[in-house]
Design a protein around this ligand. Structure first.
Ligand code: COA
Length: 505
Protein backbone atom coordinates (compact mmCIF):
# COMPACT_ATOMS: atom_id res chain seq x y z
CA UNK A 1 0.00 0.00 0.00
CA UNK A 2 1.41 3.37 -0.98
CA UNK A 3 0.78 6.32 1.29
CA UNK A 4 1.36 9.16 -1.15
CA UNK A 5 2.54 12.57 0.04
CA UNK A 6 -0.11 15.21 0.63
CA UNK A 7 1.01 17.09 -2.49
CA UNK A 8 0.53 13.98 -4.63
CA UNK A 9 -2.95 13.51 -3.18
CA UNK A 10 -4.16 17.08 -3.32
CA UNK A 11 -3.24 18.41 -6.72
CA UNK A 12 -5.72 21.30 -6.89
CA UNK A 13 -3.63 24.50 -7.20
CA UNK A 14 -4.00 26.74 -4.16
CA UNK A 15 -5.84 24.11 -2.12
CA UNK A 16 -4.04 25.18 1.05
CA UNK A 17 -6.29 28.24 1.28
CA UNK A 18 -9.27 25.90 1.68
CA UNK A 19 -7.68 23.83 4.45
CA UNK A 20 -9.79 23.87 7.62
CA UNK A 21 -10.01 21.96 10.87
CA UNK A 22 -12.93 19.54 11.28
CA UNK A 23 -14.51 21.97 13.75
CA UNK A 24 -14.23 24.90 11.31
CA UNK A 25 -15.73 22.82 8.52
CA UNK A 26 -18.54 21.53 10.77
CA UNK A 27 -19.40 25.17 11.54
CA UNK A 28 -20.59 25.48 7.91
CA UNK A 29 -23.46 23.13 8.81
CA UNK A 30 -26.32 25.08 10.36
CA UNK A 31 -29.44 24.08 12.25
CA UNK A 32 -32.18 22.79 9.91
CA UNK A 33 -29.87 22.09 6.97
CA UNK A 34 -30.01 19.06 4.69
CA UNK A 35 -26.64 17.36 4.50
CA UNK A 36 -25.41 14.55 2.23
CA UNK A 37 -22.45 12.54 3.47
CA UNK A 38 -20.33 9.82 1.93
CA UNK A 39 -20.39 6.34 3.45
CA UNK A 40 -21.83 3.02 2.45
CA UNK A 41 -21.92 -0.12 4.63
CA UNK A 42 -19.28 1.25 7.01
CA UNK A 43 -16.96 2.13 4.13
CA UNK A 44 -15.68 5.50 2.98
CA UNK A 45 -17.68 7.68 5.33
CA UNK A 46 -16.58 11.21 6.17
CA UNK A 47 -15.09 10.66 9.62
CA UNK A 48 -13.95 13.92 11.21
CA UNK A 49 -16.67 16.46 10.33
CA UNK A 50 -19.64 14.38 11.61
CA UNK A 51 -17.79 13.80 14.89
CA UNK A 52 -17.05 17.51 15.22
CA UNK A 53 -20.72 18.22 14.48
CA UNK A 54 -21.85 15.81 17.21
CA UNK A 55 -19.39 17.39 19.62
CA UNK A 56 -20.65 20.89 18.82
CA UNK A 57 -24.31 19.83 19.18
CA UNK A 58 -23.67 18.67 22.75
CA UNK A 59 -23.29 22.32 23.88
CA UNK A 60 -24.92 24.13 20.93
CA UNK A 61 -27.98 22.05 19.94
CA UNK A 62 -28.81 21.67 16.26
CA UNK A 63 -30.62 19.14 14.13
CA UNK A 64 -30.32 18.26 10.46
CA UNK A 65 -31.63 15.94 7.79
CA UNK A 66 -28.83 13.49 7.02
CA UNK A 67 -28.58 11.50 3.81
CA UNK A 68 -25.79 9.03 3.18
CA UNK A 69 -25.16 6.15 0.80
CA UNK A 70 -26.06 3.55 3.42
CA UNK A 71 -24.74 2.77 6.91
CA UNK A 72 -21.83 4.64 8.53
CA UNK A 73 -18.90 3.16 10.44
CA UNK A 74 -16.94 4.45 13.41
CA UNK A 75 -20.16 4.67 15.49
CA UNK A 76 -21.04 7.93 13.73
CA UNK A 77 -24.78 7.26 13.65
CA UNK A 78 -24.58 6.47 17.38
CA UNK A 79 -22.69 9.68 18.17
CA UNK A 80 -24.99 11.82 16.03
CA UNK A 81 -28.08 10.22 17.58
CA UNK A 82 -26.83 10.66 21.15
CA UNK A 83 -26.10 14.33 20.41
CA UNK A 84 -29.66 14.68 18.96
CA UNK A 85 -28.28 15.94 15.64
CA UNK A 86 -30.57 13.78 13.49
CA UNK A 87 -34.14 14.87 12.86
CA UNK A 88 -34.47 12.95 9.58
CA UNK A 89 -32.24 10.17 8.30
CA UNK A 90 -32.22 8.34 4.96
CA UNK A 91 -31.87 5.97 3.15
CA UNK A 92 -30.42 3.11 5.34
CA UNK A 93 -28.75 2.47 8.71
CA UNK A 94 -27.63 -0.45 10.86
CA UNK A 95 -26.82 1.22 14.18
CA UNK A 96 -28.47 -0.04 17.40
CA UNK A 97 -28.73 3.42 19.04
CA UNK A 98 -30.17 5.05 15.92
CA UNK A 99 -32.52 2.06 15.49
CA UNK A 100 -33.88 2.67 19.00
CA UNK A 101 -34.38 6.38 18.26
CA UNK A 102 -36.17 5.52 15.01
CA UNK A 103 -38.43 3.02 16.73
CA UNK A 104 -39.16 5.49 19.55
CA UNK A 105 -40.26 8.03 16.94
CA UNK A 106 -37.42 10.46 17.80
CA UNK A 107 -35.75 10.27 14.36
CA UNK A 108 -37.85 10.22 11.19
CA UNK A 109 -36.30 7.47 9.07
CA UNK A 110 -37.04 7.31 5.36
CA UNK A 111 -36.35 3.75 4.23
CA UNK A 112 -35.59 3.91 0.50
CA UNK A 113 -34.52 1.69 -2.36
CA UNK A 114 -30.85 2.62 -2.47
CA UNK A 115 -30.84 3.33 -6.20
CA UNK A 116 -33.52 5.98 -5.79
CA UNK A 117 -32.29 8.60 -3.33
CA UNK A 118 -30.26 10.71 -5.74
CA UNK A 119 -32.87 10.38 -8.47
CA UNK A 120 -35.40 11.94 -6.08
CA UNK A 121 -32.89 14.59 -5.08
CA UNK A 122 -32.01 15.47 -8.67
CA UNK A 123 -35.69 15.95 -9.47
CA UNK A 124 -36.24 18.14 -6.38
CA UNK A 125 -38.57 15.56 -4.84
CA UNK A 126 -36.46 15.76 -1.68
CA UNK A 127 -35.19 18.87 0.07
CA UNK A 128 -32.20 20.32 -1.87
CA UNK A 129 -28.81 19.65 -0.28
CA UNK A 130 -27.14 22.50 1.54
CA UNK A 131 -23.83 20.77 2.21
CA UNK A 132 -22.08 17.60 1.02
CA UNK A 133 -19.31 16.05 3.12
CA UNK A 134 -17.32 13.54 1.11
CA UNK A 135 -14.25 11.48 1.93
CA UNK A 136 -11.53 11.51 -0.75
CA UNK A 137 -8.35 9.58 -1.43
CA UNK A 138 -7.16 12.40 -3.72
CA UNK A 139 -8.26 15.68 -5.31
CA UNK A 140 -7.27 16.13 -8.94
CA UNK A 141 -5.72 19.17 -10.61
CA UNK A 142 -9.22 20.32 -11.67
CA UNK A 143 -10.81 19.69 -8.27
CA UNK A 144 -12.19 16.24 -9.15
CA UNK A 145 -12.84 14.12 -6.04
CA UNK A 146 -11.37 10.61 -5.98
CA UNK A 147 -13.52 8.66 -3.48
CA UNK A 148 -12.10 6.11 -1.06
CA UNK A 149 -13.63 2.69 -0.27
CA UNK A 150 -17.16 3.55 -1.33
CA UNK A 151 -18.84 5.69 -3.94
CA UNK A 152 -22.37 5.31 -2.63
CA UNK A 153 -24.24 8.57 -3.29
CA UNK A 154 -21.14 10.77 -2.92
CA UNK A 155 -20.95 11.80 -6.57
CA UNK A 156 -24.46 13.21 -6.84
CA UNK A 157 -24.28 14.71 -3.35
CA UNK A 158 -21.09 16.59 -4.29
CA UNK A 159 -22.53 17.65 -7.65
CA UNK A 160 -25.91 18.80 -6.27
CA UNK A 161 -25.00 20.42 -2.91
CA UNK A 162 -24.57 24.15 -2.61
CA UNK A 163 -21.25 23.69 -0.76
CA UNK A 164 -18.83 20.77 -0.59
CA UNK A 165 -16.58 19.79 2.29
CA UNK A 166 -13.89 17.27 1.35
CA UNK A 167 -12.22 15.07 3.93
CA UNK A 168 -8.89 14.11 2.37
CA UNK A 169 -7.98 10.84 4.07
CA UNK A 170 -4.23 10.26 4.02
CA UNK A 171 -4.55 6.69 5.29
CA UNK A 172 -6.62 5.59 2.28
CA UNK A 173 -4.45 3.56 -0.11
CA UNK A 174 -3.18 5.75 -2.97
CA UNK A 175 -3.90 2.79 -5.30
CA UNK A 176 -7.64 3.47 -4.91
CA UNK A 177 -7.23 6.13 -7.59
CA UNK A 178 -8.41 4.64 -10.89
CA UNK A 179 -10.74 2.08 -9.30
CA UNK A 180 -13.89 4.21 -9.49
CA UNK A 181 -16.17 4.82 -12.45
CA UNK A 182 -18.37 7.86 -11.98
CA UNK A 183 -21.29 8.23 -14.36
CA UNK A 184 -24.33 10.41 -13.75
CA UNK A 185 -27.47 9.67 -15.80
CA UNK A 186 -28.82 12.57 -17.81
CA UNK A 187 -31.89 14.50 -16.73
CA UNK A 188 -35.25 13.16 -17.84
CA UNK A 189 -37.08 13.22 -20.20
CA UNK A 190 -34.10 13.09 -22.60
CA UNK A 191 -32.07 10.43 -20.84
CA UNK A 192 -30.14 8.09 -23.12
CA UNK A 193 -29.53 4.42 -22.27
CA UNK A 194 -26.89 3.85 -19.61
CA UNK A 195 -24.17 1.97 -21.52
CA UNK A 196 -23.26 -0.67 -18.90
CA UNK A 197 -23.44 -3.95 -20.80
CA UNK A 198 -21.20 -6.10 -18.59
CA UNK A 199 -19.89 -5.93 -14.99
CA UNK A 200 -16.56 -4.57 -16.30
CA UNK A 201 -18.05 -1.78 -18.46
CA UNK A 202 -16.25 1.50 -17.73
CA UNK A 203 -18.43 4.39 -18.83
CA UNK A 204 -17.45 7.40 -16.71
CA UNK A 205 -14.55 9.19 -15.06
CA UNK A 206 -12.30 7.89 -12.24
CA UNK A 207 -13.20 10.95 -10.13
CA UNK A 208 -16.28 13.02 -9.24
CA UNK A 209 -16.20 16.07 -11.49
CA UNK A 210 -17.22 19.21 -9.62
CA UNK A 211 -16.69 22.92 -10.04
CA UNK A 212 -13.88 23.63 -7.52
CA UNK A 213 -15.42 26.98 -6.66
CA UNK A 214 -18.05 25.03 -4.66
CA UNK A 215 -15.39 23.44 -2.41
CA UNK A 216 -15.91 25.24 0.87
CA UNK A 217 -13.36 23.36 2.98
CA UNK A 218 -10.74 20.63 2.79
CA UNK A 219 -10.13 18.73 6.04
CA UNK A 220 -7.09 16.45 6.19
CA UNK A 221 -7.78 13.21 8.10
CA UNK A 222 -6.28 9.77 8.59
CA UNK A 223 -9.05 7.66 10.23
CA UNK A 224 -9.74 4.10 9.14
CA UNK A 225 -12.98 2.42 8.09
CA UNK A 226 -14.55 0.21 10.75
CA UNK A 227 -14.11 -3.50 10.02
CA UNK A 228 -17.21 -5.40 8.94
CA UNK A 229 -19.11 -7.35 11.59
CA UNK A 230 -19.78 -10.36 9.37
CA UNK A 231 -19.40 -13.67 11.19
CA UNK A 232 -17.90 -16.81 9.61
CA UNK A 233 -20.39 -19.38 8.20
CA UNK A 234 -22.07 -21.65 10.80
CA UNK A 235 -23.73 -25.04 10.26
CA UNK A 236 -27.04 -23.52 9.14
CA UNK A 237 -25.58 -20.92 6.76
CA UNK A 238 -23.35 -23.65 5.32
CA UNK A 239 -26.46 -25.76 4.66
CA UNK A 240 -28.18 -22.81 3.00
CA UNK A 241 -25.12 -22.37 0.78
CA UNK A 242 -25.11 -26.11 -0.05
CA UNK A 243 -28.79 -26.05 -1.10
CA UNK A 244 -28.15 -23.09 -3.35
CA UNK A 245 -25.05 -24.67 -4.91
CA UNK A 246 -27.07 -27.81 -5.68
CA UNK A 247 -29.79 -25.65 -7.24
CA UNK A 248 -27.27 -23.78 -9.43
CA UNK A 249 -25.77 -27.12 -10.51
CA UNK A 250 -29.24 -28.37 -11.50
CA UNK A 251 -29.87 -25.17 -13.48
CA UNK A 252 -26.59 -25.71 -15.35
CA UNK A 253 -27.56 -29.34 -15.98
CA UNK A 254 -30.94 -28.18 -17.34
CA UNK A 255 -29.19 -25.70 -19.65
CA UNK A 256 -30.73 -22.61 -18.03
CA UNK A 257 -27.39 -21.36 -16.71
CA UNK A 258 -23.80 -21.78 -17.87
CA UNK A 259 -20.99 -22.82 -15.55
CA UNK A 260 -20.13 -19.17 -15.06
CA UNK A 261 -23.74 -18.59 -13.92
CA UNK A 262 -24.74 -14.92 -14.35
CA UNK A 263 -23.46 -11.79 -12.58
CA UNK A 264 -24.00 -12.31 -8.86
CA UNK A 265 -25.32 -9.91 -6.27
CA UNK A 266 -25.08 -10.74 -2.59
CA UNK A 267 -26.81 -8.74 0.13
CA UNK A 268 -25.36 -7.50 3.38
CA UNK A 269 -24.86 -9.66 6.43
CA UNK A 270 -23.46 -12.93 7.56
CA UNK A 271 -25.80 -15.21 5.61
CA UNK A 272 -25.32 -13.71 2.16
CA UNK A 273 -21.56 -13.61 2.72
CA UNK A 274 -21.59 -17.31 3.69
CA UNK A 275 -23.47 -18.25 0.53
CA UNK A 276 -20.94 -16.44 -1.64
CA UNK A 277 -18.09 -18.13 0.22
CA UNK A 278 -19.76 -21.45 -0.69
CA UNK A 279 -19.06 -20.73 -4.35
CA UNK A 280 -15.31 -20.94 -3.65
CA UNK A 281 -15.63 -24.72 -3.31
CA UNK A 282 -18.25 -25.20 -6.03
CA UNK A 283 -17.83 -26.35 -9.64
CA UNK A 284 -18.57 -22.89 -11.12
CA UNK A 285 -15.87 -20.85 -12.84
CA UNK A 286 -15.26 -17.46 -14.43
CA UNK A 287 -17.86 -15.93 -12.15
CA UNK A 288 -18.64 -12.22 -12.13
CA UNK A 289 -20.36 -9.97 -9.59
CA UNK A 290 -22.65 -7.02 -10.23
CA UNK A 291 -23.37 -6.18 -6.64
CA UNK A 292 -23.69 -3.40 -4.16
CA UNK A 293 -21.29 -4.14 -1.31
CA UNK A 294 -18.21 -6.29 -1.91
CA UNK A 295 -17.51 -8.27 1.25
CA UNK A 296 -14.80 -10.76 2.31
CA UNK A 297 -16.39 -13.43 0.12
CA UNK A 298 -15.56 -11.45 -3.06
CA UNK A 299 -11.87 -11.69 -2.24
CA UNK A 300 -12.19 -15.34 -1.16
CA UNK A 301 -13.55 -16.01 -4.65
CA UNK A 302 -10.75 -14.02 -6.33
CA UNK A 303 -8.17 -15.95 -4.33
CA UNK A 304 -9.84 -19.28 -5.17
CA UNK A 305 -9.51 -18.38 -8.87
CA UNK A 306 -13.29 -18.51 -9.31
CA UNK A 307 -14.13 -14.86 -9.83
CA UNK A 308 -13.10 -12.91 -12.92
CA UNK A 309 -14.55 -9.48 -12.13
CA UNK A 310 -16.50 -7.64 -9.42
CA UNK A 311 -18.49 -4.43 -9.74
CA UNK A 312 -19.88 -2.79 -6.59
CA UNK A 313 -20.33 0.56 -4.89
CA UNK A 314 -18.37 -0.17 -1.69
CA UNK A 315 -15.81 -2.55 -0.22
CA UNK A 316 -16.45 -3.58 3.39
CA UNK A 317 -14.03 -6.07 4.90
CA UNK A 318 -13.24 -7.76 8.18
CA UNK A 319 -10.11 -6.66 10.02
CA UNK A 320 -7.96 -9.53 8.75
CA UNK A 321 -9.26 -9.42 5.16
CA UNK A 322 -8.93 -5.62 5.08
CA UNK A 323 -5.26 -5.78 6.09
CA UNK A 324 -4.50 -8.24 3.31
CA UNK A 325 -6.57 -6.57 0.58
CA UNK A 326 -5.45 -2.98 1.18
CA UNK A 327 -1.82 -4.08 1.35
CA UNK A 328 -2.14 -5.97 -1.95
CA UNK A 329 -4.65 -3.85 -3.80
CA UNK A 330 -2.57 -4.07 -6.99
CA UNK A 331 -3.35 -7.80 -7.07
CA UNK A 332 -7.09 -7.12 -7.43
CA UNK A 333 -7.23 -3.63 -8.91
CA UNK A 334 -7.79 -4.48 -12.58
CA UNK A 335 -10.66 -6.83 -11.64
CA UNK A 336 -12.59 -4.34 -9.51
CA UNK A 337 -14.78 -1.32 -10.15
CA UNK A 338 -16.68 0.95 -7.75
CA UNK A 339 -19.70 2.83 -9.13
CA UNK A 340 -22.31 5.19 -7.72
CA UNK A 341 -25.06 3.14 -6.01
CA UNK A 342 -27.52 4.54 -8.52
CA UNK A 343 -25.60 2.48 -11.12
CA UNK A 344 -24.57 -0.56 -9.05
CA UNK A 345 -28.25 -1.04 -8.13
CA UNK A 346 -29.81 0.27 -11.32
CA UNK A 347 -32.98 -1.73 -12.06
CA UNK A 348 -32.48 -1.41 -15.83
CA UNK A 349 -28.89 -2.68 -15.69
CA UNK A 350 -29.80 -5.47 -13.25
CA UNK A 351 -32.44 -6.66 -15.70
CA UNK A 352 -30.14 -6.25 -18.72
CA UNK A 353 -27.35 -8.31 -17.15
CA UNK A 354 -29.70 -10.97 -15.74
CA UNK A 355 -28.27 -10.72 -12.24
CA UNK A 356 -28.67 -13.57 -9.74
CA UNK A 357 -29.65 -11.71 -6.57
CA UNK A 358 -29.18 -13.32 -3.16
CA UNK A 359 -30.66 -11.35 -0.26
CA UNK A 360 -31.69 -12.12 3.29
CA UNK A 361 -35.21 -12.19 4.71
CA UNK A 362 -36.20 -11.64 8.33
CA UNK A 363 -39.29 -13.73 7.59
CA UNK A 364 -41.21 -15.11 4.63
CA UNK A 365 -44.76 -16.38 4.37
CA UNK A 366 -46.25 -19.52 2.91
CA UNK A 367 -47.00 -17.73 -0.38
CA UNK A 368 -43.52 -16.24 -0.83
CA UNK A 369 -43.92 -12.66 0.42
CA UNK A 370 -40.76 -11.47 2.19
CA UNK A 371 -40.23 -9.11 5.11
CA UNK A 372 -36.63 -7.84 5.27
CA UNK A 373 -37.08 -4.87 7.55
CA UNK A 374 -39.75 -4.87 10.28
CA UNK A 375 -39.73 -7.11 13.37
CA UNK A 376 -43.35 -7.98 14.15
CA UNK A 377 -44.45 -5.56 11.48
CA UNK A 378 -43.53 -2.47 13.46
CA UNK A 379 -39.93 -2.27 14.64
CA UNK A 380 -37.39 -1.27 12.00
CA UNK A 381 -34.29 -3.43 11.80
CA UNK A 382 -32.03 -1.83 9.14
CA UNK A 383 -33.99 -0.93 6.02
CA UNK A 384 -34.73 -2.42 2.62
CA UNK A 385 -31.32 -1.37 1.31
CA UNK A 386 -30.69 -2.51 -2.23
CA UNK A 387 -32.61 -5.76 -1.93
CA UNK A 388 -35.64 -4.36 -3.78
CA UNK A 389 -33.54 -2.79 -6.54
CA UNK A 390 -32.13 -6.21 -7.29
CA UNK A 391 -34.94 -8.64 -6.45
CA UNK A 392 -37.62 -7.17 -8.69
CA UNK A 393 -35.33 -7.09 -11.72
CA UNK A 394 -33.06 -10.09 -11.24
CA UNK A 395 -33.11 -13.13 -13.51
CA UNK A 396 -33.21 -15.14 -10.29
CA UNK A 397 -34.36 -13.48 -7.08
CA UNK A 398 -33.21 -15.66 -4.20
CA UNK A 399 -34.10 -15.00 -0.56
CA UNK A 400 -32.36 -16.86 2.23
CA UNK A 401 -33.14 -17.06 5.94
CA UNK A 402 -32.64 -19.45 8.82
CA UNK A 403 -35.93 -21.21 9.52
CA UNK A 404 -35.74 -20.18 13.18
CA UNK A 405 -34.79 -16.98 14.96
CA UNK A 406 -34.21 -16.22 18.63
CA UNK A 407 -33.05 -19.72 19.51
CA UNK A 408 -36.17 -21.38 18.08
CA UNK A 409 -38.66 -19.03 19.78
CA UNK A 410 -39.58 -17.55 16.42
CA UNK A 411 -40.40 -19.26 13.12
CA UNK A 412 -39.12 -17.28 10.14
CA UNK A 413 -41.80 -18.99 8.04
CA UNK A 414 -45.25 -17.67 8.95
CA UNK A 415 -48.79 -17.73 7.51
CA UNK A 416 -48.62 -14.05 6.54
CA UNK A 417 -45.61 -11.74 6.85
CA UNK A 418 -46.18 -8.83 9.21
CA UNK A 419 -44.70 -6.35 6.70
CA UNK A 420 -44.06 -6.80 2.98
CA UNK A 421 -40.84 -5.60 1.37
CA UNK A 422 -40.71 -8.10 -1.51
CA UNK A 423 -44.01 -9.33 -2.81
CA UNK A 424 -44.68 -12.89 -3.96
CA UNK A 425 -44.25 -11.54 -7.51
CA UNK A 426 -40.59 -10.72 -6.89
CA UNK A 427 -39.43 -13.89 -5.15
CA UNK A 428 -38.24 -16.85 -7.27
CA UNK A 429 -36.37 -19.01 -4.80
CA UNK A 430 -36.62 -19.31 -1.02
CA UNK A 431 -33.89 -21.15 0.91
CA UNK A 432 -33.42 -22.13 4.54
CA UNK A 433 -31.13 -24.68 6.16
CA UNK A 434 -33.84 -27.32 5.58
CA UNK A 435 -34.11 -26.89 1.83
CA UNK A 436 -35.08 -24.80 -1.15
CA UNK A 437 -38.46 -23.90 -2.61
CA UNK A 438 -38.41 -23.09 -6.32
CA UNK A 439 -41.47 -20.86 -6.73
CA UNK A 440 -41.09 -20.08 -10.43
CA UNK A 441 -44.28 -20.62 -12.37
CA UNK A 442 -46.26 -21.77 -9.33
CA UNK A 443 -49.64 -20.46 -8.18
CA UNK A 444 -50.08 -19.52 -4.50
CA UNK A 445 -51.84 -22.82 -3.69
CA UNK A 446 -48.87 -24.71 -5.16
CA UNK A 447 -46.26 -22.60 -3.39
CA UNK A 448 -47.54 -23.00 0.17
CA UNK A 449 -47.06 -26.78 0.64
CA UNK A 450 -43.61 -26.54 -0.98
CA UNK A 451 -42.46 -23.69 1.25
CA UNK A 452 -43.81 -25.38 4.38
CA UNK A 453 -42.23 -28.80 3.61
CA UNK A 454 -38.92 -27.56 2.19
CA UNK A 455 -38.21 -24.46 4.25
CA UNK A 456 -40.03 -24.38 7.61
CA UNK A 457 -38.56 -25.95 10.73
CA UNK A 458 -40.17 -29.38 11.31
CA UNK A 459 -41.55 -28.28 14.69
CA UNK A 460 -43.60 -25.49 13.04
CA UNK A 461 -44.65 -27.41 9.91
CA UNK A 462 -47.86 -29.02 11.31
CA UNK A 463 -49.28 -25.65 12.45
CA UNK A 464 -48.49 -24.10 9.06
CA UNK A 465 -50.14 -27.02 7.24
CA UNK A 466 -53.21 -26.71 9.49
CA UNK A 467 -53.43 -22.99 8.71
CA UNK A 468 -53.13 -23.59 4.96
CA UNK A 469 -55.73 -26.38 4.96
CA UNK A 470 -58.23 -24.25 6.94
CA UNK A 471 -57.59 -21.32 4.59
CA UNK A 472 -58.14 -23.51 1.51
CA UNK A 473 -61.51 -24.63 2.91
CA UNK A 474 -62.53 -20.94 2.82
CA UNK A 475 -61.35 -20.60 -0.79
CA UNK A 476 -59.68 -17.82 -2.72
CA UNK A 477 -56.72 -17.49 -5.08
CA UNK A 478 -54.43 -16.83 -2.12
CA UNK A 479 -56.34 -18.53 0.71
CA UNK A 480 -56.21 -16.91 4.14
CA UNK A 481 -58.04 -16.97 7.45
CA UNK A 482 -57.62 -13.26 8.00
CA UNK A 483 -58.46 -13.34 11.71
CA UNK A 484 -55.60 -15.83 12.25
CA UNK A 485 -53.17 -14.58 9.62
CA UNK A 486 -51.14 -12.46 12.05
CA UNK A 487 -51.81 -14.77 15.01
CA UNK A 488 -48.18 -15.92 15.05
CA UNK A 489 -47.01 -12.33 15.51
CA UNK A 490 -49.69 -11.70 18.11
CA UNK A 491 -48.29 -14.67 20.06
CA UNK A 492 -44.86 -13.10 19.73
CA UNK A 493 -46.10 -9.71 21.02
CA UNK A 494 -48.08 -11.33 23.84
CA UNK A 495 -45.71 -14.08 24.99
CA UNK A 496 -42.37 -12.96 23.56
CA UNK A 497 -42.17 -16.18 21.54
CA UNK A 498 -44.08 -18.43 19.11
CA UNK A 499 -43.35 -21.65 21.02
CA UNK A 500 -47.05 -22.41 21.57
CA UNK A 501 -47.31 -23.01 17.82
CA UNK A 502 -44.56 -25.63 17.78
CA UNK A 503 -45.67 -29.22 17.58
CA UNK A 504 -43.31 -29.97 20.45
CA UNK A 505 -44.24 -26.72 22.22
N1 COA B 1 -38.15 -12.17 13.85
C1 COA B 1 -37.48 -11.39 14.71
N2 COA B 1 -36.14 -11.16 14.65
C2 COA B 1 -35.45 -11.80 13.68
C3 COA B 1 -36.08 -12.66 12.76
C4 COA B 1 -37.49 -12.82 12.86
N3 COA B 1 -38.16 -13.60 12.02
N4 COA B 1 -35.13 -13.15 11.94
C5 COA B 1 -33.96 -12.62 12.32
N5 COA B 1 -34.14 -11.82 13.37
C6 COA B 1 -33.13 -11.05 14.08
C7 COA B 1 -31.98 -11.92 14.59
O1 COA B 1 -32.31 -12.52 15.81
C8 COA B 1 -30.88 -10.88 14.71
O2 COA B 1 -31.12 -10.14 15.89
P1 COA B 1 -29.93 -9.72 16.88
O3 COA B 1 -29.08 -8.78 16.05
O4 COA B 1 -30.63 -9.07 18.01
O5 COA B 1 -29.23 -11.00 17.21
C9 COA B 1 -31.13 -9.95 13.53
O6 COA B 1 -32.49 -10.16 13.15
C10 COA B 1 -30.22 -10.19 12.33
O7 COA B 1 -30.36 -11.51 11.91
P2 COA B 1 -29.12 -12.43 11.50
O8 COA B 1 -29.59 -13.83 11.56
O9 COA B 1 -27.92 -12.05 12.30
O10 COA B 1 -28.93 -12.11 9.93
P3 COA B 1 -28.09 -11.10 9.05
O11 COA B 1 -26.94 -10.47 9.74
O12 COA B 1 -27.77 -11.86 7.83
O13 COA B 1 -29.15 -9.91 8.74
C11 COA B 1 -31.15 -8.92 7.84
C12 COA B 1 -30.41 -10.21 8.23
C13 COA B 1 -32.46 -9.29 7.16
C14 COA B 1 -31.43 -8.06 9.08
C15 COA B 1 -30.21 -8.10 6.87
O14 COA B 1 -29.83 -8.93 5.80
C16 COA B 1 -30.90 -6.87 6.34
O15 COA B 1 -30.91 -5.83 6.97
N6 COA B 1 -31.49 -6.95 5.12
C17 COA B 1 -32.22 -5.85 4.50
C18 COA B 1 -31.33 -5.04 3.61
C19 COA B 1 -30.79 -5.86 2.47
O16 COA B 1 -31.25 -6.94 2.17
N7 COA B 1 -29.81 -5.34 1.79
C20 COA B 1 -29.26 -6.13 0.69
C21 COA B 1 -28.90 -5.38 -0.46
S1 COA B 1 -27.21 -5.01 -0.18
Amino acid sequence: MTVASIGARCRLPGWESLKRSAEEAAALIENGMTVGMSGFTRAGEAKAVPLALAERARHDPLSITLMTGASLGNDLDKQLTEAHVLSRRMPFQVDATLRRAINNGEVMFIDQHLSETVELLRNHQLQDLDVAVVEAAAITEEGGIVPTTSVGNSASYAILAKQVIIELNLSAPAELEGLHDIYIPQMRPNRTPIPVVAPDSRIGTPYIPIDPSRIAAIVVTDGRDSPSTVLPPDVDTQRIADHLMAFFAAEVEAGRLSRSLLPLQAGIGTMANAVMTGLANGPFEHLTMYSEVLQDSTFDLFDAGKLDYASGCSITLSEARGEAVWRNLDKYRDRLILRPQELSNHPGIVRRLGVIAVNTALEADIYGNVNSTHVCGTRMMNGIGGSGDFARNAQLAVFITKSLAKGGDVSSLVPFVSHVDHTEHDVDILVTEHGLADLRGLAPRERAPLIIENCADPAYRPALHRYFEAACRRGGHTPHCLEQALGWHQAMERDGHMRTLRDDG
